[in-house]
Each structure stands twice: as C-alpha cells, then as structure tokens.
Design a protein around this ligand. Sequence first.
Ligand SMILES: [Zn+2]
Length: 254
Amino acid sequence: MKIYFLGTGTSQGIPVIGSDHPVCLSPNFKDKRLRTSILIKQNNTALAIDCGPDFRQQMLQANCQKLDAILFTHEHADHTAGLDDIRPFNFKQGPMPIYVEPRVLSNLQNRFDYVFETENRYPGAPAVQTHLIHENETFEINTIKIEPIRVLHGTLPIFGFKIDNFAYLTDVKFVSDAEQQKLQNLDVLVINALRTTPHQTHFNLDEALQFIKQIKPKKAYITHISHLLGFHDEVQASLPKHVFLAYDNLEINI
Ligand SMILES: [Zn+2]
C-alpha cells in the first residue's frame, strides 16, 4: 500500500491569505500545506480520503490518472469543497463512487444540489454514485477492506478509516476506548495536531502525542496542521523518533 499526502494543512491552508506570520512566509516547501487529504493506492485501486478545496491542484500534483472512489470523513468545507472538480474523472470513468454516512450525504446534497439532481441535469455536471457507510460496518472497495473508526470532532461524530495496519484519523478531539481497541498493532497511524495551544474541536500537539502513546503504532504521522504549530523542521526536531510531521507530497509505503 502506498500513501500519498495530498494536503496536510488545516482549514485555511498554509500560507494563510494575507498573513505575515513567519511560518506563512517560510521558503521551506514543507511549510506549504494544502487542505488535508490523502491518496491511498493498493493493488491498482486508488482512493482519496476527502475532497477539499485544493482537490484539483492535488490530483494534478499527484499525477492521478484514475481515481476509484472518494471517502469522506465529514462534511466541513475543507474536506468537501472540491467535489465539483471530479468532472475530469467523470468524463474518463463515469460517475465517481463516494462513500459517506447519511448525515454527510444530506449535507453534500445541500451544498452541491446540482450534483445530485436527477431531472434536467446540466450537461457535464459532476456525477457521483453514492455508497452509504455506517459505524461498525466494514466495507470493501475492489480488493480493499476498510473499517470506519468513529471519532469526535468536538461534538460532531465523524469517521476515520483503517485499512490493514494503517489508520487515518483527522479532525479528532476524542476517541472512545471501544474505537481505540480497533487501532491496536498499527504499522502507521496518521493523526491530526493543529497547534501547541488547546482547541475545542481538534487535538493540539500534546493531545496527539498522548494519543500516539496510548495507541502505540510503529510509526505516526501528524496532519491537519496550522501555521501556529510552528516551522516544520523545528517541530520535527522536537518529536519522538517514531513520530513525523507529514508534509504535502510525502509518499510512504506500508
Ligand atoms: Zn478539517
């Protein structure tokens, strides 16, 4: 399995528009972060988790020729706003399979009414093929088995996903013991850390490190990063040996 980090930034991305914060002005490519998303490739199947406002740029940067499905963690704009840009895949492949829970689907139906329109569709409008997912129900896409992991984003229940010994959790503030049980013996855990100071709906760095300690993956990668976390290289130097700050276009093999 190959994991490609399409974006590792929080909702505003880095640099933030109009910001003169030193991290936003950093020339280091690792300090430039598009909105959080990953591409997973296994056995000729390519899956994207989330489809934020940078989706087009991310597909171009990853040279993604074929995309088999998009899985949504939740409905917030930084994870969904790029849905219109699936059209080039529609023209090549047909309707894009999307995997969403019912609440997220109804939110997408409001945000992107024209995508879900069944009568008098605008010619060339984005097209999706919807698959509903549910807590505690593993599903399969081609040969890939995916286990949804229920986490809380503040008070909002959202999904992370586990495939074999890899788990991807973003926008997490709380994970129940029962869900943590599903995350034992991971080779790689991706988990969010926003900044150093606490936040109502996202782990800060201390909370993410504490979570990593509890879960004990062989390696952990941190994503959904704000410019307020600091310079990539400085933060990386402060982390335990098996914990890495992810950065855009980083590719890992599992
Ligand atoms: Zn987010």
